[in-house]
Design a protein around this ligand. Structure first.
Ligand SMILES: Nc1nc2c(ncn2[C@@H]2O[C@H](COP(=O)(O)OP(=O)(O)OP(=O)(O)O)[C@@H](O)[C@H]2O)c(=O)[nH]1
Ligand SMILES: [Mg+2]
Length: 201
């Protein structure tokens, strides 16, 4: 059987977004390069591509690691970057209350720009390796916010390699779920509209 080339694979465009310094690049680089980089040049913007297997399916992830633009983090994100993405990892650091507080407005902006009520999103509480006294956000708070946003919650660490692949797998599953719901909705509209199945003889 011929080996599957990267070009045959379905590509998933993902955006890793969150406040400045929450660890967006750390998370992305841990997945794509398998290592933790303590100091990363924050001005570098890039798209990383990585072939992964999600639920036994080969997929190609195109990950946009949002750069430290004007003002950094969320402020540097443009509408075009949001529009280009199919799935979103909304990242806060469990060691930073302000990064957690920033998630709600980021979420609202994504809904507005994408003009949809439920785009594929995973809420990520990053730097879960931090010791308990450095934590500002509990797991319960993360779970509660995710419930409000209607998305899954996962805690990750690039430093210790915790749940990194799982976070990216989860966003692919969310994309699958949304696409399936859209397909079912379209099929329903096709069959329920009065003229949808008219046959002119
Ligand atoms: N403890 C801990 N520190 C981390 C982790 N991931 C990243 N960091 C540290 O957090 C700091 C910021 O990491 P980056 O990955 O550059 O964060 P960023 O969100 O890409 O930052 P900007 O691009 O500047 O907005 C660096 O000092 C990293 O070493 C992690 O999983 N655990
Ligand atoms: Mg970065």
């Amino acid at each position: 059987m011929p080996k599957k080339d990267q070009t045959d694979l379905r590509e998933y465009k993902l955006l890793v977004a969150g406040e400045i310094s929450v660890g967006k690049s750390g998370l992305t680089l841990r997945l794509t390069e398998g290592r933790f980089i303590e100091l990363w040049d924050p001005v570098i913007e890039d798209i990383y591509r990585k072939k992964c297997v999600v639920d036994k399916k080969d997929v190609l992830l195109s990950i946009y690691d949002s750069p430290d633009g004007d003002g950094g983090g969320i402020l540097g994100l443009t509408d075009r970057e949001i529009l280009n993405a199919e799935g979103f990892l909304l990242v806060f650091s469990v060691g930073s209350r302000s990064s957690f507080d920033a998630i709600t407005s980021l979420h609202q902006r994504i809904l507005r720009v994408k003009d949809t009520t439920s785009p594929p999103i995973v809420l990520v509480g990053h730097k879960c390796d931090l010791p308990a006294d450095n934590r500002q956000i509990s797991t319960d708070e993360g779970v509660t916010l995710a419930r409000q946003l209607g998305c899954p919650y996962i805690e990750t660490s690039a430093k210790e390699g915790i749940n990194v692949e799982e976070a990216f797998s989860q966003i692919v599953r969310e994309i699958w779920k949304c696409n399936k719901e859209e397909l079912e909705q379209d099929q329903h509209e096709d069959t329920s509209g009065c003229c949808a199945r008219c046959i002119i003889i």
